[in-house]
Design a protein around this ligand. Structure first.
Ligand code: SF4
Length: 352
C-alpha cells in the first residue's frame, strides 16, 4: 500500500473555538423567531451539517430545511425551490451548493469557516502534482476548494468513496487521491486499489488516540465502536462500524448495543440522540501523550456557525459565496459524476 506523498503542504492555522454569548431562554426564543421570519421573507432555506451546533440543526428542521452529510446537503440544495440557500457548515459545502445551483444565492454565517483538509491542498500545488501524473485518474474528497475540484475527474464524499474507487480499480486505473491521507489509506486497504495519497488530515479526527480508545473500550464492554474513516489506522482498526456521518447515525439506530463509543465530531450527537434517544453515547478519547487537543472532537471551523451570525447573514444578504464562473463550470463535472453514480447505484437519498 502507498504511503502519503512527501509533499510540503502548508502548515494549518487552527483557530480557537469561538465563544458565543450565552442566551437566556427568552432571548434564545426571540432570536430563533426572528431568524424564522427572515428565512420566510428572503425565500431562504437552511441546510446544516451534522457537526454544527444543535440549535442550528433544530432550526433547519423546524423551518423546512435539512440536516445532513455533505453529499445529502448538496442534493437537497438542488431539490429545494428556495432562491436562497443558507449553508451552515464549512466553506467547501457552500461552494458545492453554489456550483450545483449557480442561479441561487448561497449565504453562509462566516466564510472563514474552512477545513484543515481544504487548507492543506492549495490549487496551484495540487495542479502541479496532477500535471506530473497525467496517467492517473484524479479523485478528490468533497473537502476541497472549487479550484481543486476543477482539476478532478471525480469528487467523492465519505459516503461514496469506497464504491467509486472500487469502480475505478475494476477498470485498472491508477488513482491520485487528495487530500485526506487517512481516508485514502482506509479506501486503499478495503478496495486493494493502488493510490497516490496527498498528505492532508482532518485536525479533529487525527486527534483520536488508539491506545486511549482501547482503554475506554475495556471500561465499556457492551459498547459498539463507531469510527469515521478520517481517523488514524489504529482507531479504525478497533471499529465495529467504519462509515460516513450518515452511516454512523444509522448504526446507532440499528445496532442493539446500549452504548456507543463515537470517533467523529461530537456535533453528531444531536442527531444521534434525536433518532436513538435510549442509547448512551460516549465520545472517543482525544487526550494522551502527543495529543495537542486543538479540536477536542469538535471542529473549530464548524463552531463558527451560530444563531447570532446566521441572523446577521440573513439581514445583510452576506457573506455570499462567489466562484469564478469558469472554475464553477469545470468543478461541476466531477460533482455531477458523483451524484449520477450515486443515483445509478441507489446510494444515499434522504433518509434522516
Ligand atoms: S471536522 Fe475535519 S474534515 Fe470536517 S470540516 Fe472540520 S477540519 Fe474539515
Amino acid at each position: 500500500m502507498s504511503s502519503p506523498l512527501a509533499i510540503a503542504i502548508p502548515s494549518i492555522q487552527v483557530p480557537k473555538h469561538p465563544v458565543w454569548p450565552h442566551l437566556g431562554p427568552e432571548e434564545h426564543g426571540a432570536l430563533k423567531a426572528r431568524i424564522k421570519a427572515l428565512l420566510a421573507e428572503r425565500d431562504a432555506v437552511l441546510v446544516a451539517h451534522y457537526y454544527t451546533d444543535g440549535d442550528l440543526q433544530e432550526l433547519a428542521e423546524e423551518t423546512g430545511g435539512y440536516v445532513a452529510d455533505s453529499l445529502e446537503m448538496a442534493r437537497f440544495g438542488s431539490e429545494s425551490p428556495a432562491s436562497t440557500l443558507v449553508v451552515c457548515g464549512v466553506r467547501f459545502m457552500g461552494e458545492t451548493a453554489k456550483i450545483l445551483n449557480p442561479e441561487k444565492r448561497v449565504l453562509m454565517p462566516d466564510l472563514a469557516a474552512t477545513c484543515s483538509l481544504d487548507e492543506s491542498c492549495p490549487a496551484d500545488l495540487f495542479g502541479a502534482f496532477c500535471d506530473q501524473h497525467p496517467d492517473h485518474v484524479v479523485v478528490v474528497y468533497a473537502n476541497t476548494s472549487a479550484a481543486v475540484k476543477a482539476r478532478a475527474d471525480w469528487v467523492v464524499t465519505s459516503s461514496i468513496a469506497l464504491p467509486v474507487v472500487e469502480h475505478l480499480h475494476a477498470q485498472g486505473r491508477p488513482i491520485l487521491w487528495a487530500p485526506d491521507k487517512h481516508l485514502g489509506h482506509y479506501v486503499e486497504r478495503v478496495t486493494g486499489a493502488e493510490m497516490l495519497l496527498w498528505p492532508g488530515a482532518c485536525v479533529v479526527h487525527e486527534e483520536f488516540k488508539g491506545f486511549a480508545l482501547d482503554r475506554v473500550r475495556r471500561l465499556h464492554p457492551q459498547a459498539a465502536v463507531l469510527v469515521h474513516p478520517e481517523s488514524p489506522d489504529e482507531v479504525v482498526d478497533q471499529a465495529d462500524v467504519v462509515g460516513s456521518t450518515t452511516q454512523l447515525i444509522k448504526a446507532v439506530m440499528d445496532m442493539p448495543n446500549p452504548e456507543f463509543i463515537v470517533a467523529t465530531d461530537e456535533g453528531i450527537f444531536w442527531k444521534m440522540h434525536q433518532l436513538a434517544p435510549g442509547k448512551k453515547l460516549i465520545a472517543a478519547p482525544t487526550a494522551g501523550t502527543g495529543a495537542t487537543c486543538e479540536s477536542c472532537a469538535h471542529c473549530p471551523w464548524m463552531a463558527m456557525n451560530a444563531l447570532q451570525n446566521l441572523e446577521q447573514a440573513l439581514i445583510h444578504g452576506a457573506p455570499e459565496i462567489q466562484i469564478d464562473p469558469a472554475i464553477r463550470e469545470r468543478a461541476r463535472l466531477p460533482i455531477q459524476r458523483m451524484l449520477d453514480f450515486a443515483r445509478q447505484r441507489g446510494i444515499g437519498g434522504r433518509k434522516t
